[in-house]
Design a protein around this ligand. Structure first.
Ligand code: ZN
Length: 292
């Protein structure tokens, strides 16, 4: 069936790319609901979409990206501003779904969509609340192992016999969880001992495990060190902005004194690995391993 679907998508590439983008925009709209409601402990199913004033939102005012533009970012009922975050996440998700669809086989791309959606939700919840809910860390990790068994190409296994490929893929997924979480756990414990304060939450340790379930151990190592590199750039930018605009101390000052969440950096690095850099990074690791 996968082969048939691959052949079909190859015949109508533009049509299926468009579908992928639309699915991405709709999933992005749902991710907005998760990001707004889950940290408050609210249900993501009921009530349906509603404005801050309590009125429910009609379907034609709830079309991803388009409705926000038509309504100029304000609710139709009362004019309450709808954050720019909403269309941005919808556009971001649409683009990522489009990109993943065009670079992978349909089954592999579907796993990528699941992975990317969870990363986006986790990153934005972590940015706002400095916490990542368990279903986006432990839940995503468990799902990663299951999907690795079903789609062995996730870990480059496509030798032939499905059962063998599947078992090898699950093994690679588990290895990713334990090497990623184990390494980050030790980095967190050692830095906590050295700095005499908690530098990193256990949420990040669980989260890198979930990334490992989809990306394997090479992907987790890249995510930890790539994430730290991205974090260093983010901190430098914050310091630079503070230097350029010293008058704006109330917001910029707070940003730097508050701890910077590591989750979004891990998510970005993990997604870069999964969607585009895997071949180069794996090649680099193999070359490096041959030296020993
Ligand atoms: Zn309203």
């Amino acid at each position: 069936m996968i082969l048939e679907l691959t052949a079909l998508t190859a015949q109508f590439p533009i049509f299926f790319s468009l579908i992928a983008s639309v699915v991405g925009a709709c999933v992005g709209s749902f991710l907005n609901v998760i990001i707004s409601r889950v940290p408050q402990g609210l249900s993501i199913v009921t009530p349906g979409s509603h404005c801050d004033c309590g009125k429910s939102i009609a379907w034609y005012d709830n079309i991803p990206i388009i409705s926000w533009i038509i309504l100029k970012g304000r609710g139709r009922c009362c004019g309450t501003p709808i954050g720019l975050r909403h269309p941005c996440i919808e556009i971001l998700t649409a683009f990522i779904f489009f990109f993943i669809w065009n670079h992978m086989t349909p089954d592999h791309a579907f796993c990528g969509w699941v992975f990317a959606s969870a990363l986006i939700a986790a990153a934005f919840i972590d940015l706002e609340h400095m916490v990542i809910p368990d279903f986006l860390t432990l839940g995503l990790g468990a799902l990663g192992v299951i999907l690795s068994g079903l789609v062995p190409t996730l870990h480059g296994q496509h030798e032939g016999l499905f059962v063998l490929d599947s078992l090898r893929s699950i093994e690679a997924s588990l290895l990713g969880i334990f090497i990623g979480s184990g390494l980050l756990f030790w980095i967190a414990m050692l830095s906590a001992a050295a700095l005499k304060k908690d530098a990193m939450g256990l949420g990040d340790v669980k989260f890198i495990g979930a990334i490992g379930a989809f990306c394997g151990w090479k992907g987790t190592l890249f995510s930890i060190f790539g994430g730290a590199f991205l974090g260093a750039i983010a901190i430098s930018l914050v310091i630079l902005i503070r230097k350029i605009r010293p008058s704006n101390n109330t917001t910029a000052g707070n940003t730097l004194s508050n701890p910077i969440p590591f989750g979004p950096m891990l998510a970005l690095a993990g997604l870069l690995y999964f969607a585009s850099l895997q071949i180069q990074i794996d090649h680099w690791f193999t070359t490096w391993a041959e030296l020993f």
